[in-house]
Design a protein around this ligand. Structure first.
Ligand code: ADP
Ligand code: ADP
Length: 225
């Protein structure tokens, strides 16, 4: 079944065209990579999929709903490019806050926070404040937040940008492990990072999209569109 469908999405900031007639759809299943250089429009597309930004023209549906529909609440988890963690509160407190925002009871939110911290390998940071953590660890906490409540669609904008190889590996491994439970769409400016993880690659350049399938064992499959 269809998770994301984008038809003729364009977005302009003033007279800067950031997305130009983007069409694609994503079915339940393997992770999808969104690859493109800086300025290609990746964050703009993610912002539209998350419902933060309305496209200038075109139609987007997630599970058949508008991206900002309350019906999607809890079904979509997102890592914004500049995820903000509040420096005043421990990692556990922040995760509890977001869990309770999703309607979990306090005790369920605690269980869920512990589950997602375990997934990102950072259970020991529960009582630590974010500024005491490395950049890579904070990124993993932000990803843990996106996993709260087991969303069916998880949108990760540049989850490994600026990370050392070890932290980046943890994140890629996690996406691989969870890809049977949720549909991931992950962006990067580096194809090498995602090509082992994702068979479908959406290339974005100058706001224009093209799509490629990479075979399981070969990487010379042709462009589809
Ligand atoms: P990416 O995430 O691939 O680096 P973005 O979606 O951030 O790309 O940006 C796409 C284009 O839109 C770039 O040329 C960028 O400079 C421009 N842009 C992004 N956000 C804004 C904004 N708020 N105002 C004006 N231009 C913007
Ligand atoms: P990365 O973002 O790749 O994790 P950093 O340069 O932020 O790398 O951190 C390198 C190492 O230093 C990390 O393994 C982390 O454990 C440690 N570190 C970073 N910031 C702090 C801090 N404020 N207090 C204690 N250890 C830290």
């Amino acid at each position: 079944s269809t998770v994301i469908s984008c038809n003729g999405i364009s977005h302009s900031y003033g007279n800067k065209l950031a997305l130009n007639q983007v069409d694609f759809s994503v079915d339940v299943g393997e992770p999808i990579a969104l690859v493109g250089p800086n300025g290609a429009g990746k964050t703009t597309l993610f912002s539209i999929l998350c419902g933060y930004l309305k496209p200038t023209t075109g139609r987007v549906e997630i599970f058949g709903e508008q991206p900002n529909s309350p019906k999607l609440f809890g079904r979509v988890g997102a890592l914004p490019q500049d995820a903000l963690l509040d420096p005043r509160f421990s990692v556990l407190k922040q995760l509890l806050f977001f869990g309770q925002l999703q309607g979990m009871s306090k005790s369920n939110a605690v269980k869920e926070a512990e589950r997602v911290l375990d997934l990102v390998g950072l259970v020991e940071t529960a009582n630590v404040k974010p500024q005491e953590l490395s950049h890579g660890m904070r990124k993993r906490i932000a990803i843990a937040q996106a996993l709260l409540g087991k969303p069916e669609l998880i949108l990760l904008d540049e989850p490994t940008a600026g990370l050392d190889p070890a932290n980046a590996r943890v994140i890629r491994k996690l996406i691989g492990e969870l890809s049977s439970e949720a549909t991931f769409m992950v962006s990067s400016h580096n194809l090498d990072e995602l090509e082992k993880l994702c068979r479908t690659i959406l290339y974005l350049e100058g706001g224009k999209l093209s799509q490629q399938q990479i075979g399981e064992s070969s990487s010379n499959a042709g462009y589809l569109t």
